[in-house]
Ligand binder design. Structure first.
Ligand code: FES
Ligand SMILES: [Fe+2]
Length: 366
């Protein structure tokens, strides 16, 4: 990924000198599954463009309900296929009607003027749906079967934990977001909501492709949230968090958990999806207590999206936008970093990107 700010802007990965410059220039290894859309955003017969590090991908749902993804470029004159429409299970280019199936093969509907039907194909992108999200595998399609979407057993089966998905389009480099979510020193930003109280970092450890963290902190400490948390069996004050490359997750007392999926759209923007999920008996209602039906708690989680999660996390998106602006202007100035968490996250992101470049010389040249 090249600099978003032109020749005077921050250096690319090869020319970056400091750890922070490298972390801000690093991409994410495409050979993982990345959440790109919520399932509900793509009805049968619809298509949408998504970007992975600047690469346009057309994701479409056929009339059969299955999702497919292809390069967003007609093999004829390279128009964006998402400007066309889905017909049956094919994505049809708006100009001459060439129709693309899930294998990327072009079906030409008009006169061939005596030519044999050409065997034209565009690139395809493996795609899967799980947990209410559509995931793409933007790397080498042959490696897609070697990796899977991270397992979230709590969201599977007939009685999934009550949960809520929150999506953001965030104008900042993906590393800023990943650092933000596990760096509890920014509680000041959220002082109105108090999502955590009394933070103490107990452990920060780099283990293989993960950075594991352990925090002592009262979660959901704000006055409004606190009345809905049942702390009779556990205080919900011990959190494991992890940068589990390229994902992020947390687990508080095996009761309150989240997964974060980040899509690096471009050097200066990302799309991300949080899934928050809670064990049903973690939630209580004043006067009624904690024994609530799972469906009711699920509805309460949906309400929480609007009352707490979106307003709270919007503060992070807002601040990351400003961090991105500040980065483009002041990238060469020192930025004293006190938190070992941020340093560890940056080290992991840089190492993984170096490993990817070493395996893919084409990505290094881009
Ligand atoms: S440009 Fe797509 S069919 Fe001609
Ligand atoms: Fe935050």
């Amino acid at each position: 990924m090249t600099s978003p700010a032109g020749p005077q802007g921050p250096p690319d990965f090869e020319n970056a000198r400091t750890r922070r410059q490298k972390a801000r220039a690093a991409g994410l290894d495409p050979n993982h599954w990345y959440a790109a859309l919520e399932s509900k955003e793509l009805r049968p017969g619809q298509s949408q463009e998504v970007l992975f590090m600047g690469r346009p991908i057309a994701v479409f749902r056929g009339e059969d309900g299955a999702v497919r993804a292809v390069e967003n470029r007609c093999a004829h004159r390279h128009l964006k296929l998402t400007e066309g429409q889905v017909v049956g299970c094919k994505l049809v280019c708006a100009y001459h009607g060439w129709a693309y199936d899930g294998e990327g093969r072009a079906h030409i509907p008009h006169d061939l003027f005596g030519h044999k039907a050409p065997d034209l194909r565009i690139g395809t992108v493996p795609v899967k749906e799980r947990y209410g999200l559509i995931f793409i595998f933007p790397g080498d399609p042959e490696r897609a079967t070697l990796r899977d979407i991270p397992a979230i057993p709590e969201l599977e089966g007939n009685e999934p934990w009550p949960h809520a998905i929150v999506r953001f389009d965030c104008p900042g480099h993906h590393s800023m977001l990943i650092e933000n979510v596990s760096d509890f020193t920014h509680g000041f930003l959220h002082r109105k909501f108090q999502p955590f109280e009394g933070m103490e970092l107990l452990r920060c450890e780099e283990v293989g492709d993960r950075v594991e963290l352990e925090y002592r902190s009262k979660i959901a400490a704000g006055r409004f949230q606190d009345v809905f948390i049942n702390r009779s069996e556990s205080a919900c004050d011990h959190m494991l968090a992890c940068y589990d490359y390229p994902y992020h997750w947390s687990n508080t007392d095996d009761r309150i958990k989240h997964f974060l999926f980040v899509l690096p759209e471009a050097p200066d923007r990302n799309r991300h999806f949080f899934i928050f999920y809670v064990r049903t008996d973690t939630i209580r209602l004043p006067l009624i207590g904690p024994r609530l039906p799972r469906r009711l708690v699920h509805l309460m989680m949906q309400a929480t999206r609007y009352t707490t999660l979106k307003p709270l996390l919007s503060q992070d998106v807002w601040v990351i936008r400003h961090e991105q602006e500040a980065w483009e202007q002041h990238w060469d100035k020192p930025a004293p970093e006190l938190s070992p968490v941020v340093r560890a996250f940056q080290n992991l992101a840089i190492r993984k990107w170096e490993e990817h470049l070493a395996r893919s010389p084409k990505a290094a040249a881009a």
